[in-house]
Design a protein around this ligand. Structure first.
Ligand SMILES: C[S@@+](CC[C@H](N)C(=O)[O-])C[C@H]1O[C@@H](n2cnc3c(N)ncnc32)[C@H](O)[C@@H]1O
Length: 263
Protein backbone atom coordinates (compact mmCIF):
# COMPACT_ATOMS: atom_id res chain seq x y z
CA UNK A 1 0.00 0.00 0.00
CA UNK A 2 1.27 3.48 -0.75
CA UNK A 3 0.15 7.07 -0.37
CA UNK A 4 1.84 9.11 -3.03
CA UNK A 5 0.21 12.28 -4.33
CA UNK A 6 1.25 14.35 -7.30
CA UNK A 7 -0.16 17.23 -9.35
CA UNK A 8 -2.90 19.05 -7.46
CA UNK A 9 -3.19 16.21 -4.89
CA UNK A 10 -1.30 17.97 -2.04
CA UNK A 11 -3.20 21.22 -2.67
CA UNK A 12 -6.63 19.50 -2.47
CA UNK A 13 -5.44 17.41 0.48
CA UNK A 14 -4.60 20.56 2.46
CA UNK A 15 -7.59 22.65 1.34
CA UNK A 16 -10.28 19.98 1.68
CA UNK A 17 -9.13 16.94 3.64
CA UNK A 18 -7.18 18.70 6.39
CA UNK A 19 -10.12 20.82 7.61
CA UNK A 20 -12.67 17.99 7.26
CA UNK A 21 -10.59 15.02 8.44
CA UNK A 22 -6.91 15.33 9.32
CA UNK A 23 -7.00 18.61 11.28
CA UNK A 24 -9.56 17.15 13.69
CA UNK A 25 -7.55 13.99 14.24
CA UNK A 26 -4.33 16.05 14.59
CA UNK A 27 -5.75 17.87 17.56
CA UNK A 28 -6.91 14.68 19.25
CA UNK A 29 -3.53 12.98 18.62
CA UNK A 30 -1.63 15.89 20.18
CA UNK A 31 -4.06 16.02 23.09
CA UNK A 32 -3.07 12.43 23.88
CA UNK A 33 0.64 13.26 24.33
CA UNK A 34 1.59 16.06 26.69
CA UNK A 35 4.18 18.11 24.82
CA UNK A 36 6.00 20.63 26.97
CA UNK A 37 7.43 24.00 25.94
CA UNK A 38 10.99 23.36 24.78
CA UNK A 39 10.42 19.72 23.71
CA UNK A 40 12.18 18.44 20.58
CA UNK A 41 9.59 16.80 18.31
CA UNK A 42 9.84 14.85 15.07
CA UNK A 43 6.66 14.44 13.00
CA UNK A 44 7.10 11.36 10.79
CA UNK A 45 5.06 11.15 7.55
CA UNK A 46 4.10 14.78 8.18
CA UNK A 47 2.40 15.27 4.79
CA UNK A 48 1.35 18.91 4.42
CA UNK A 49 2.26 19.47 8.07
CA UNK A 50 -0.98 19.82 9.99
CA UNK A 51 0.37 17.93 13.03
CA UNK A 52 3.81 19.54 12.67
CA UNK A 53 2.39 23.07 12.92
CA UNK A 54 0.24 22.09 15.89
CA UNK A 55 3.25 20.53 17.63
CA UNK A 56 5.19 23.78 17.11
CA UNK A 57 2.33 25.74 18.69
CA UNK A 58 2.58 23.48 21.73
CA UNK A 59 6.38 23.46 22.25
CA UNK A 60 6.83 27.17 21.56
CA UNK A 61 9.84 29.06 20.34
CA UNK A 62 12.29 27.20 22.63
CA UNK A 63 11.09 23.88 21.20
CA UNK A 64 12.57 22.21 18.13
CA UNK A 65 10.17 20.73 15.57
CA UNK A 66 10.95 18.82 12.40
CA UNK A 67 8.62 17.30 9.84
CA UNK A 68 9.77 14.31 7.77
CA UNK A 69 8.05 12.87 4.71
CA UNK A 70 9.08 10.81 1.71
CA UNK A 71 6.91 12.82 -0.70
CA UNK A 72 8.54 16.01 -2.01
CA UNK A 73 5.22 17.50 -3.20
CA UNK A 74 3.59 17.14 0.23
CA UNK A 75 6.68 18.65 1.89
CA UNK A 76 6.71 21.57 -0.55
CA UNK A 77 3.14 22.39 0.50
CA UNK A 78 4.08 21.98 4.18
CA UNK A 79 7.01 24.39 3.81
CA UNK A 80 4.85 26.99 2.09
CA UNK A 81 2.19 26.80 4.79
CA UNK A 82 4.78 27.13 7.56
CA UNK A 83 6.79 29.93 5.92
CA UNK A 84 8.32 32.17 8.57
CA UNK A 85 7.86 29.59 11.32
CA UNK A 86 10.86 27.88 12.84
CA UNK A 87 10.14 24.31 11.64
CA UNK A 88 12.67 22.09 9.85
CA UNK A 89 11.65 19.81 6.97
CA UNK A 90 13.33 16.61 5.84
CA UNK A 91 12.60 14.66 2.68
CA UNK A 92 13.29 11.06 3.63
CA UNK A 93 11.85 7.63 4.17
CA UNK A 94 11.04 7.00 7.83
CA UNK A 95 13.98 4.58 8.14
CA UNK A 96 16.56 6.90 6.56
CA UNK A 97 16.33 10.18 8.49
CA UNK A 98 20.02 10.23 9.40
CA UNK A 99 19.38 12.04 12.72
CA UNK A 100 21.72 11.03 15.57
CA UNK A 101 20.49 8.68 18.33
CA UNK A 102 18.30 10.30 20.97
CA UNK A 103 17.65 13.52 19.01
CA UNK A 104 13.99 13.95 20.08
CA UNK A 105 11.80 13.99 23.19
CA UNK A 106 8.75 12.97 21.17
CA UNK A 107 8.14 11.30 17.82
CA UNK A 108 4.63 11.73 16.48
CA UNK A 109 3.00 10.38 13.33
CA UNK A 110 -0.54 10.67 12.05
CA UNK A 111 -1.92 8.25 9.43
CA UNK A 112 1.55 7.24 8.28
CA UNK A 113 2.36 3.94 10.01
CA UNK A 114 0.24 1.65 7.83
CA UNK A 115 2.10 2.91 4.72
CA UNK A 116 5.57 2.07 6.01
CA UNK A 117 6.81 -0.90 3.98
CA UNK A 118 8.94 -2.24 6.85
CA UNK A 119 7.01 -1.51 10.05
CA UNK A 120 9.41 -3.24 12.49
CA UNK A 121 12.32 -1.23 11.02
CA UNK A 122 10.28 2.00 11.21
CA UNK A 123 9.46 1.39 14.88
CA UNK A 124 13.09 0.58 15.72
CA UNK A 125 14.23 3.74 13.93
CA UNK A 126 11.66 5.92 15.72
CA UNK A 127 12.82 4.37 19.01
CA UNK A 128 16.47 5.08 18.12
CA UNK A 129 15.64 8.76 17.56
CA UNK A 130 14.06 9.13 21.00
CA UNK A 131 16.07 10.30 24.01
CA UNK A 132 15.77 8.07 27.12
CA UNK A 133 12.20 8.44 28.43
CA UNK A 134 11.10 9.94 25.09
CA UNK A 135 7.59 9.28 23.85
CA UNK A 136 6.14 7.90 20.65
CA UNK A 137 2.56 8.77 19.71
CA UNK A 138 1.03 7.73 16.43
CA UNK A 139 -2.44 7.25 15.06
CA UNK A 140 -3.91 5.15 12.29
CA UNK A 141 -7.42 4.43 11.12
CA UNK A 142 -9.36 1.72 12.93
CA UNK A 143 -10.34 0.12 9.62
CA UNK A 144 -13.15 1.42 7.43
CA UNK A 145 -15.99 3.80 8.20
CA UNK A 146 -19.41 4.02 6.49
CA UNK A 147 -18.14 6.63 4.02
CA UNK A 148 -15.03 4.68 2.91
CA UNK A 149 -17.05 1.43 2.67
CA UNK A 150 -19.49 3.16 0.32
CA UNK A 151 -16.67 4.62 -1.80
CA UNK A 152 -14.94 1.24 -2.18
CA UNK A 153 -18.15 -0.62 -3.12
CA UNK A 154 -18.98 1.99 -5.76
CA UNK A 155 -15.42 1.97 -7.16
CA UNK A 156 -15.63 -1.81 -7.50
CA UNK A 157 -18.82 -1.54 -9.51
CA UNK A 158 -18.10 1.54 -11.62
CA UNK A 159 -14.30 1.64 -12.02
CA UNK A 160 -12.48 -1.68 -11.47
CA UNK A 161 -11.71 -4.25 -8.77
CA UNK A 162 -8.03 -3.16 -8.89
CA UNK A 163 -8.80 0.50 -8.22
CA UNK A 164 -11.32 -0.48 -5.53
CA UNK A 165 -8.72 -2.69 -3.90
CA UNK A 166 -6.09 0.10 -4.05
CA UNK A 167 -8.54 2.47 -2.36
CA UNK A 168 -9.68 -0.18 0.15
CA UNK A 169 -6.05 -0.76 1.22
CA UNK A 170 -5.93 2.82 2.61
CA UNK A 171 -7.99 1.52 5.53
CA UNK A 172 -6.53 -1.96 5.90
CA UNK A 173 -4.83 -1.29 9.20
CA UNK A 174 -3.50 -3.56 11.97
CA UNK A 175 -5.80 -4.44 14.88
CA UNK A 176 -5.20 -2.89 18.30
CA UNK A 177 -3.68 -6.20 19.49
CA UNK A 178 -1.29 -6.36 16.53
CA UNK A 179 -0.27 -2.74 17.02
CA UNK A 180 0.51 -3.29 20.67
CA UNK A 181 2.54 -6.42 19.89
CA UNK A 182 4.49 -4.66 17.10
CA UNK A 183 5.35 -1.67 19.31
CA UNK A 184 6.45 -3.84 22.25
CA UNK A 185 8.57 -6.00 19.91
CA UNK A 186 10.50 -2.87 18.90
CA UNK A 187 11.57 -2.35 22.53
CA UNK A 188 9.04 0.25 23.68
CA UNK A 189 7.56 0.12 27.19
CA UNK A 190 4.46 1.64 28.81
CA UNK A 191 2.49 0.97 25.64
CA UNK A 192 -1.04 2.38 25.71
CA UNK A 193 -3.65 1.93 22.99
CA UNK A 194 -6.52 4.41 22.75
CA UNK A 195 -9.48 4.25 20.41
CA UNK A 196 -10.71 7.73 19.52
CA UNK A 197 -14.03 8.17 17.73
CA UNK A 198 -15.39 11.32 16.11
CA UNK A 199 -18.49 12.26 14.18
CA UNK A 200 -17.21 13.44 10.81
CA UNK A 201 -19.20 16.01 8.87
CA UNK A 202 -18.62 16.42 5.14
CA UNK A 203 -20.55 17.92 2.19
CA UNK A 204 -22.92 15.75 0.17
CA UNK A 205 -21.37 13.11 -2.11
CA UNK A 206 -21.79 15.20 -5.26
CA UNK A 207 -19.47 17.86 -3.86
CA UNK A 208 -17.24 15.82 -1.56
CA UNK A 209 -16.44 12.65 -3.53
CA UNK A 210 -14.63 14.40 -6.46
CA UNK A 211 -12.56 16.43 -3.98
CA UNK A 212 -11.76 13.46 -1.75
CA UNK A 213 -10.80 11.19 -4.64
CA UNK A 214 -8.82 14.07 -6.20
CA UNK A 215 -6.60 13.99 -3.10
CA UNK A 216 -6.02 10.23 -3.18
CA UNK A 217 -3.44 8.11 -5.01
CA UNK A 218 -6.26 6.89 -7.34
CA UNK A 219 -7.01 10.49 -8.46
CA UNK A 220 -5.93 9.73 -12.05
CA UNK A 221 -8.34 6.79 -12.39
CA UNK A 222 -11.24 8.93 -11.14
CA UNK A 223 -10.35 11.84 -13.43
CA UNK A 224 -10.21 9.48 -16.43
CA UNK A 225 -13.85 8.33 -16.00
CA UNK A 226 -16.49 9.60 -18.40
CA UNK A 227 -18.96 12.13 -16.97
CA UNK A 228 -21.66 9.43 -17.14
CA UNK A 229 -19.53 6.96 -15.11
CA UNK A 230 -18.69 9.63 -12.53
CA UNK A 231 -22.41 10.39 -12.20
CA UNK A 232 -23.26 6.69 -11.66
CA UNK A 233 -20.45 6.31 -9.09
CA UNK A 234 -21.56 9.36 -7.12
CA UNK A 235 -25.25 8.40 -7.33
CA UNK A 236 -24.48 5.00 -5.85
CA UNK A 237 -22.44 6.53 -3.02
CA UNK A 238 -25.26 9.02 -2.32
CA UNK A 239 -27.79 6.18 -2.08
CA UNK A 240 -25.59 4.13 0.27
CA UNK A 241 -24.94 7.14 2.51
CA UNK A 242 -28.55 8.34 2.63
CA UNK A 243 -28.97 7.11 6.26
CA UNK A 244 -26.15 9.46 7.28
CA UNK A 245 -27.50 12.61 5.63
CA UNK A 246 -28.47 15.29 8.17
CA UNK A 247 -29.35 18.86 7.20
CA UNK A 248 -27.67 18.64 3.81
CA UNK A 249 -24.39 17.15 5.10
CA UNK A 250 -23.10 13.60 5.51
CA UNK A 251 -22.42 12.86 9.17
CA UNK A 252 -20.85 9.52 9.99
CA UNK A 253 -18.75 8.02 12.79
CA UNK A 254 -15.06 7.34 12.17
CA UNK A 255 -12.33 6.07 14.50
CA UNK A 256 -8.58 5.85 14.90
CA UNK A 257 -6.24 3.88 17.12
CA UNK A 258 -3.66 5.99 18.92
CA UNK A 259 -0.54 4.27 20.21
CA UNK A 260 1.44 5.96 22.96
CA UNK A 261 4.67 4.36 24.12
CA UNK A 262 7.92 5.21 25.83
CA UNK A 263 11.52 4.36 24.99
C1 LIG B 1 -2.40 10.18 4.71
S1 LIG B 1 -0.94 11.10 4.63
C2 LIG B 1 -0.86 11.74 6.29
C3 LIG B 1 -0.10 13.03 6.31
C4 LIG B 1 -0.14 13.81 7.64
N1 LIG B 1 0.50 13.07 8.71
C5 LIG B 1 -1.54 14.21 8.00
O1 LIG B 1 -2.04 13.75 9.03
O2 LIG B 1 -2.17 14.98 7.25
C6 LIG B 1 0.32 9.86 4.64
C7 LIG B 1 1.73 10.42 4.47
O3 LIG B 1 2.67 9.37 4.72
C8 LIG B 1 3.80 9.63 3.92
N2 LIG B 1 4.61 8.40 3.85
C9 LIG B 1 4.21 7.21 3.32
N3 LIG B 1 5.20 6.31 3.41
C10 LIG B 1 6.26 6.93 4.03
C11 LIG B 1 7.58 6.52 4.39
N4 LIG B 1 7.99 5.26 4.16
N5 LIG B 1 8.39 7.41 5.01
C12 LIG B 1 7.96 8.68 5.24
N6 LIG B 1 6.73 9.14 4.89
C13 LIG B 1 5.87 8.27 4.30
C14 LIG B 1 3.17 10.04 2.59
O4 LIG B 1 4.09 10.66 1.73
C15 LIG B 1 2.04 10.94 3.07
O5 LIG B 1 2.43 12.29 3.12
Amino acid sequence: MTFQLAGSGPEIYERVMVPLWFGKWAKSLLDSISLEPGDRVLDVACGTGVTTRLAKDRVGHQGLVKGLDVNAAMLAKAMKLAAGRDIGWVESDVVESGFPDGSFDAVISQHGYHYFPDKPAALIEMGRLLAPGGRLAFSIWDGHCPYTEAICKALEQHVSPQIASQQRSQRETPTAEDLERQVRAAGFSRVTLLRQEQLIDVPLAEEFVPLHLGSMPIAGAFAALSEKRKRMLIDQISTMLQPYVVAGRIRYPDAVHVVIAQM
